[in-house]
Ligand binder design. Structure first.
Ligand SMILES: NC(=O)c1ccc[n+]([C@@H]2O[C@H](COP(=O)([O-])OP(=O)(O)OC[C@H]3O[C@@H](n4cnc5c(N)ncnc54)[C@H](OP(=O)(O)O)[C@@H]3O)[C@@H](O)[C@H]2O)c1
Length: 293
């Protein structure tokens, strides 16, 4: 397949591009800068210039390919307003892609987060949240899955709190960055809350499997570690950076404070059984050993 990938230069997207190219697909990636276009071309993909807000470019990318994997997101958590703007930008772009694909039966794979369900691991059957700071993303994904009824083979890969590669990425990466700045490797609350995780190279394989095989309207969990206690994550970060490990106020994490404090393990049993997905890369606590002081 010739596949249009947004976010193709990111931590997850670059792994997705490599996985697609090594499995007989070709890639057209959305590139918002010369540097991103060069990165894509060096990886063996083609680039189409434009940002998520350039709906013409986004539509054109979808129009000239056999399927779409959408990963681009501004990832601006600096304030509630910045986060809301990033969510609105992404929502408009996904809507434009979906409109382009209506009636084509082509695949559209979008991403969201694994949901949190009190007292147990969430499953692929659980709905995405409709309240909270990132609920707008889930609402857009849910609407996208409804395009199944309009001739789009839409599916969603739900990502855990940390998608990592070489010790960086995701919420664990945020903990590392804050530890470097503050001199304390912190965690919210008592740190017993659990976060799921996956290596980016394993997540990439699941995006490809969903593109190739997922029935319309389905959701999948890219989860390897069902739940690592956050105090254990902070302990590795603190040891690698030579910093004390302590509980810190949830406000340290800005608009994401409540999410950082929540116990939110997730299961991928259905995904593994139905799509034959089998993660093989290092788990989070092992990968964090790559952090350099
Ligand atoms: N990593 C995780 O732990 C994790 C966990 C849950 C969900 N996710 C989600 O997975 C997706 C990919 O995450 P990631 O970790 O790979 O992110 P990342 O490394 O920050 O990469 C973001 C990608 O999106 C592109 N991008 C950002 N804003 C854009 C815009 N306005 N227009 C066009 N392209 C834009 C970036 O392009 P440039 O290279 O040009 O900057 C880059 O390719 C995101 O939706 C993220 O929220 C990630």
């Amino acid at each position: 397949m010739r596949v249009f990938v947004t976010g193709a230069t990111g931590l997850i997207g670059s792994a997705v591009v490599a996985d697609l190219l090594s499995n007989d697909h070709t890639v057209l990636g959305l590139a918002r800068s010369d540097a991103s276009a060069q990165k894509l071309e060096a990886a063996g993909a083609e680039a189409v210039r434009g940002g998520l807000a350039d709906l013409g470019a986004v539509r054109a990318g979808a129009a000239q390919t056999d399927g779409v994997i959408h990963l681009a997101f501004a990832n601006d958590f600096s304030s509630p307003e910045a986060l809301a703007n990033a969510i609105a930008e992404e929502s408009a772009a996904i809507t434009a892609i979906g409109q382009e694909l209506v009636g084509s039966d082509r695949p559209l794979v979008v991403c969201s987060g694994t949901p949190a369900v009190p007292g147990r691991s969430s499953t692929e059957e659980d709905p995405l949240p409709t309240v909270g700071p990132v609920a707008g993303r889930g609402i857009t994904v849910t609407a996208t899955l409804e395009l199944a009824a309009r001739g789009v083979r839409a599916s969603a890969v739900r990502l855990p709190r940390t998608v990592h590669n070489n010790g960086t990425g995701g919420f664990a990466g945020v903990l590392t960055n804050i530890a470097r700045q503050s001199g304390v490797s912190g965690y919210a609350g008592d740190g017993t809350q659990r976060w799921p995780a996956v290596h980016a190279l394993d997540a990439a394989t699941l995006f490809r499997l969903a593109l190739e095989n997922a029935p319309a309207g389905t959701s999948w969990h890219a989860v390897d570690d069902e739940g690592d206690q956050v105090k254990d994550i902070a302990a590795v970060i603190g040891r690698r950076l030579g910093l004390p490990v302590e509980s810190v106020p949830a406000e340290t994490y800005g608009p994401l404070g409540a999410i950082f404090a929540t116990d939110q393990p997730a299961s991928s049993a259905h995904t593994r059984a139905a799509l034959g997905w089998a993660p093989t890369h290092p788990r989070l606590l092992e990968d964090l050993e790559n952090i350099e002081a």
